[in-house]
Design a protein around this ligand. Sequence first.
Ligand code: 87F
Length: 476
Amino acid sequence: MAKQDGITVKKDENFSEWYTQVILKADLIDYSKVSGCLVFKPNSYSLWEEAQSYFDKKIKKDGVKNVYFPLLIPEKLLTKESEHIEGFSPEVAWVTHTGDTKLSERLAIRPTSETIMYDSYSKWIRSWKDLPLRYNQWCSVVRWEFKNPVPFLRTREFLWQEGHTVFATQEESKKESHKILEFYTDLFEKLYAVPMLKGMKSEKEKFAGADYSLSVETILPNGKAIQGATSHGLGQNFSKPFNIKFLDKNEKSQYAWPNSWGFSTRSLGIMLAVHGDEKGIVLPPKIAPNKIVIVPILFTKTKDEVLKVSKELAKTLKKYIPIHDDREDYSAGWKFNEWELKGIPIRIELGPKDIEKKHVVLVRRDTNEKKFVKMSDLDKEISSTLTDIQNNLFDKAKLFLDNSIGEADSISNLKKLVNDKKIGKVNWCGSVECEGNIKEKTGAKSLNSEFNKVGKGKCFACESNSKFVTYFGKSY
Ligand code: 87F
């Protein structure tokens, strides 16, 4: 039997090495020949499918419909709203040839789909009766990152959903952008068990094509802040160049108010980084495709009887989509390690003595706690333990996030905080110039500013009055 490959570094000693080891050893991904492009193996693709299905249900219930637009965007379209593309142009990948023939117009591989979708929207939207128009697409996009790639967290191709909705009024658009941010908060907090800081992006950090950008942000165990998802109010910045106009109830022609919003496979990386431990990944029960693994303890004499009972158990517990690990060429200990590495929330052990006593051994992945559970109580016990694990993972992550936030009243205090792997909460003026100065002196960027809060007194970093309560951190 091959020796099992455990994790050889500590999460809090060398986070990035720990992260790569955990992801490879849990058999989530493989690298490909193109740097920054990942192969999603079944163990990670199934997580994406769970997240997709959770979020898809949520937005469909809210009236959003799914569509699919082409991968390739003609150059003229992509550069129509010039402001939004300026900063991004080095990251755009282009198709220039078919065979040996040069194309008359280059085609961009979509880095995001505002332009191609809004070209169609301008034809589809005529009257106030066509609004709101609320479409979403699940697809992959390519952005040629130059920083070194990190599985899930920074990849050149990633999977995501992009919602593109259009409203007749600014008020409706604003209301939806906030509602979608709540959907993202729910996705992270309820499914991934990762707490989030909600708020508004700064002038400097918002999407250049938007009037304003909302985001959810959190912190990774290495002290780096990371954006989980965004929701933008695009104002009329796209509807004007793309000519998305409608006749209102008074037959007056008006430019419409689009929003765009997205989350990606980066979210999986956040979840894995936050919950994983020295033994491997830890899956929150709600996203785990298999909630339990049943490991029968096999000895030559009692094997048949134990297998019979464990198989029966797997059948009774089928709502938890159990893995029934009846492999005979691996020891029980080897199997325990494997399923811990792969993050299965609950392990059920069943040996001949347990059968005699009509109980099983139940082991929690998150706390390693072991207990005997009577067969007759097992269903109820599994169900409540899964809820406990989900809540415990969230509470632990929330405590970490709360303990990672400190208040700063000067640039040097913020610098101390971020060097100590923390996020700084400050009273801030919000200006682009001030943010540039803060970045230069501390290495930190603004993450977002809390809703419905006004900064008190002077800006922590300059002479202006403060307007916002803002989080700053070193980020991904
Ligand atoms: C990279 C290359 C070209 C981000 C880019 O956030 C264009 C872009 O427009 C670009 N990187 N963006 C902003 C994306 C905005 C928006 N799109 C829909 C989202 C969520 C989903």
